[in-house]
Design a protein around this ligand. Structure first.
Ligand SMILES: Nc1nc2c(ncn2[C@@H]2O[C@H](COP(=O)(O)OP(=O)(O)O)[C@@H](O)[C@H]2O)c(=O)[nH]1
Ligand SMILES: [Mg+2]
Ligand SMILES: [Zn+2]
Length: 354
């Protein structure tokens, strides 16, 4: 831990001392006896809250500036602001509202609805800001999958880059889908299959696609259907072209989008869930571009590197870095021809350049 971070962590603990965290477990079966449970848990969590709160469960589908968001309830979409109690935790990524969050919102003061609780997340995409007080920023929560868009040519397929995205998806516990686009530019499919064999063997879903021939588009659509998906990838690989083909007219947040909320206040969209007409959502945020590995991830990489889960459990040392340790199963696999030396090189490169 860097000296700077230590200080930050200390200050943090101090602040949290006087704050009681919301009791989220009690909300699990709100649907079953919502009246009773909601009243009871609301009472338990915050005795000082005014009586008459009407808590409804919903999902954040858009996050704007100024603590504003849009929430999809069962039958309607409402605007809401983030409750004061949650703002207290604003330096903690798990307490800042992210698109995709399941929340409890108090609709009793409508139209001034307030988000009172963020329900536990299945996962979240977190980016790290450098230098500022608020270190972690949750970009999206409860994401099913991450599409990694790459291209076979123009630009050239870069397995090293794919490895980095795959490490990220493993770190955030989000299923990866590797799309290799522009296969209309492929002249040698044996070469292509050779390049991606390792990923296939690692059990990663791979889709070969082309917006020119239309190949792979149906397959991609099937994977996206009814799922909440984030698209990532190297620029120029064809991310926008693929999305346009899948859903013509979908407006992406290439730049910040300005909007006005119900009260006529100016707000800026930071992240949004866009519905696919065939089912499922595209989660879009300009922040995705800044998702990268950082120094804190270094200790995780020996276990998160794509395909290494087949080997590292057999390393003699639990914290094996697979560099020169005795009894390293990764090095052994390479010697036995079970691990492509190019992937190992990529691993070393990531470790040295993080
Ligand atoms: N040959 C070929 N070109 C493509 C394909 N998909 C996208 N392109 C082109 O690649 C360029 C970059 O595409 P774009 O969708 O803007 O990439 P993005 O930066 O990932 O959003 C554009 O000129 C597209 O027309 C494809 O499947 N085959
Ligand atoms: Mg684009
Ligand atoms: Zn090892």
């Amino acid at each position: 831990m860097k000296q700077k971070d230590k200080k930050r962590a200390k200050r943090y603990t101090g602040r949290l001392k006087n704050i009681s965290l919301p009791d989220l477990d009690v909300l699990d079966d709100v649907a079953a006896h919502s009246g009773f449970k909601t009243a009871r848990s609301a009472h338990k969590r915050d005795a000082s809250r005014k009586s008459g709160a009407i808590l409804k469960k919903g999902r954040v589908i858009e996050v704007m500036g100024n603590y504003q968001c849009r929430i999809a309830l069962d039958s309607e979409v409402i605007f809401a602001s983030i409750g004061g109690r949650l703002k207290q935790f604003k330096n903690q990524s798990s307490a800042i509202l992210a698109v995709g969050d399941y929340v409890e919102v108090d609709v009793s003061p409508a139209p001034d609805n307030r988000v009172e609780n963020i329900l536990p997340r299945k996962n979240s995409l977190i980016r790290y800001s450098s230098g500022s007080f608020q270190k972690e920023i949750a970009l999206a929560a409860n994401v099913d999958q991450l599409v990694i868009t790459s291209s076979w040519r123009m630009p050239m397929f870069k397995p090293g880059l794919v490895d980095r995205y795959l490490i990220l998806s493993a770190k955030f516990n989000i299923r990866p889908i590797l799309v290799i686009n522009k296969i209309d530019l492929c002249e040698d499919f044996e070469e292509l299959e050779g390049e991606i064999a390792y990923y296939r063997e690692s059990g990663i879903t791979i889709i070969l696609s082309s917006i020119v021939s239309g190949e792979g588009i149906e397959e991609l659509k099937n994977e996206l259907k009814d799922m909440d998906t984030v698209f990532s990838g190297h620029s120029g690989a064809g991310k926008s072209s693929l999305i346009n083909l899948l859903e013509p007219g979908l407006e992406l947040l290439t730049a910040e989008v300005s909007d006005f909320n119900e009260k006529g206040k100016h707000t800026t969209t930071q992240a949004v869930m866009l519905p696919f007409s065939f089912g499922g959502y595209l989660i879009d945020t300009p922040g995705i571009k800044t998702l990268t590995l950082n120094q804190d991830d270094a200790p995780l990489i020996p276990k998160l590197f794509p395909g290494f889960d087949r080997f590292y459990p057999h390393c003699r040392y639990r914290d094996c870095k697979h560099i020169h340790e005795e009894g390293c199963a990764v090095l052994a696999a390479m010697e036995e021809g079970k691990l492509d030396p190019m992937r190992y090189e990529s691993y070393v490169w990531v470790m040295q350049n993080i």
